[in-house]
Design a protein around this ligand. Structure first.
Ligand code: SF4
Length: 500
């Protein structure tokens, strides 16, 4: 592979990633391409010759966060430092102009694979041939810095037209990565020690439709199970309610490696609101999908995301949603208040719901779900669960004494949005261990010492030293448990806003 090595700080790059898991995958791709050029990542933006801010443009709040992140880099900019704004914001014609001045280059979300050429050009280097295997935005790449869990983006873009959503105008229509490339990426990840792969897309269940595949995702899942037998956990996120979900659930039931976790954003439960959102309005079909998963899967886990305060949402329509959440008893729920986005159909609708009403509705569902999640978690006390260890740190008690503690996730926890499991002792990061649940909060679980472990070796070699320096967040420590403050400071479980 041809590469250009630049000296000193110029050869280092720093990437700030904002937004959803799909953006994170693009950042991993840029990381890979810059390393291919002989550059090295640094955690210190001041020590980087190139700083890339991979922006999110989905909601006003996310855009504001992106603007502030870029501005912060520009305000502390070092001599000769190159600043690049990438991601979704530049793709939003209406908002691209809000990107702070002083940025050296703007790279749209569907151009991230050009980062090597762009950086080379800005640093005055000769052109480097395109990386082998590069196929535009669906470039397949190996992760130099993957951890025990990694996202794999199987498609980009969206063919739906939900009235509140800017994603189709940012990303365009869905384009799927070829099955062979998805497989190659997963094989590389597993060879590097990754234990959990999380498939993501704007609408993951629609994977392969643009490639002419009829049962794209179920077929892909069968191939992964067959071709990558060493992968212990495979999870799918962002499953749009669709009849194809039934087939996917049937495949999930056949293979233990496919985690029985159904992440199906429904957004609302009232037919008229759903119709206005341009979403599937047959809520009975959604019920059937959930019932089928519960009847078919062993220990199924259900997650959804909801929007409250959509234009025209009446108290009675909100009540319909509230009752649906109460009856369905999801394991995990993320609730957003509606945010009008320029250029969307919903932003032109009458019947604006006052912000305080929307917030009250959000809080009501969160309070309801708090109790439901607590019930689900308490039912696990005394049972044995498998946990993927992701970090080791220290917990401090009231007297300032510290003890090692490991943090990980169970099969019922998706990365970043759900709870965690805390286990006494320092266990190898990347190991899968069986533990008995001792205590439960609405989000997190506390376990006793492990009963056994599997597949420790490859993972501990890959992630051991680096990861043991991480501190387990104090708000989640056993010390907090003992003071009876467990759960305080824990973020409300929110799905990434670009959920389908
Ligand atoms: S909400 Fe999801 S399914 Fe709907 S248009 Fe946006 S990305 Fe597509």
């Amino acid at each position: 592979m041809s590469s250009t090595v630049v000296a000193g700080r110029d050869s280092a790059f720093h990437i700030v990633t904002l937004g959803c898991s799909k953006n994170r995958v693009d950042s991993d791709g840029m990381d890979h391409l810059l390393r291919q050029r002989g550059m090295r990542p640094t955690a210190d933006p001041d020590g980087a010759g190139v700083v890339i801010v991979n922006t999110c443009g989905f909601l006003g709040a996310a855009r504001q966060e992106s603007i502030e992140a870029i501005q912060a880099i520009i305000d502390r900019r070092q001599d000769g430092q190159v600043v690049i704004a990438a991601g979704c914001m530049p793709a939003l014609g209406n908002h691209a102009t809000e990107i702070p001045t002083g940025v050296d280059h703007i790279l749209s979300t569907r151009e991230w694979y050009r980062i090597g050429d762009v950086v080379g050009g800005l640093l005055g280097e000769p052109e480097v041939p395109e990386v082998a295997g590069c196929e535009g935005m669906l470039t397949t790449f190996s992760r130099s810095a993957a951890g025990p869990s990694a996202y794999v983006k199987v498609a980009d873009g969206c063919d739906h037209a939900c009235a509140f959503c800017t994603i189709p105008s940012i990303k365009g229509r869905q384009a799927s990565k070829r099955p062979l490339h998805v497989l190659q990426e997963i094989v590389d990840l597993v060879a590097g020690g990754t234990r959990e792969v999380v498939l993501v897309a704007q609408d993951t269940i629609r994977y392969g439709a643009d490639l002419g595949m009829k049962n794209g995702l179920p077929t892909l899942l069968e191939s992964i199970v067959e071709q990558v037998p060493d992968l212990p956990w495979l999870r799918m996120l962002y499953i749009y309610p669709s009849p194809l979900t039934l087939k996917m659930v049937d495949v999930m039931a056949r293979h233990d490696v496919l985690l029985p976790y159904l992440d199906m954003p429904i957004q609302h439960a009232d037919r008229d609101v759903l119709r206005s959102m341009n979403r599937p309005s047959d809520i009975d079909m959604t019920r059937r999908l959930i019932d089928h998963a519960r009847e078919t899967l062993a220990d199924p886990v259900m997650r959804t995301t909801l929007i409250v305060g959509y234009p025209g949402e009446t108290e009675a329509q909100f009540e319909t949603l509230y009752r649906f959440v109460e009856e369905t008893r999801f394991d995990h729920v993320g609730v957003f208040t509606y945010s009008p986005e320029e250029g969307t159909k919903a932003a032109t609708l009458p019947g604006t719901v006052p912000a305080e009403v929307a917030e009250r509705r959000r809080a009501a569902i969160m309070e309801l779900q708090h109790g439901i999640s607590l019930d689900h978690n308490r039912a696990l006390i005394g049972t044995t669960i498998q946990v993927l260890v992701e970090a080791v740190g220290e917990a401090e008690d009231e007297l300032g004494r510290t003890e090692p503690i490991s943090a990980g996730r169970a099969r019922r926890h998706a990365p970043e949005v759900d709870g965690m499991v805390f286990i006494p002792g320092a266990h190898p990061v990347g190991s899968l261990i069986d533990v008995r649940v001792e205590e439960a909060g609405p989000y997190d679980l506390w376990a006793a010492d492990p009963l056994g472990s599997t597949a420790i070796e490859p993972a501990s070699r890959a992630f051991g030293r680096e990861a043991t320096r991480r501190r387990v967040p104090a708000a989640r420590s056993r010390a907090a448990t003992r003071r009876g403050t467990r759960g305080r400071g824990r973020p409300v479980p929110m799905a990434t806003p670009a959920g389908t």
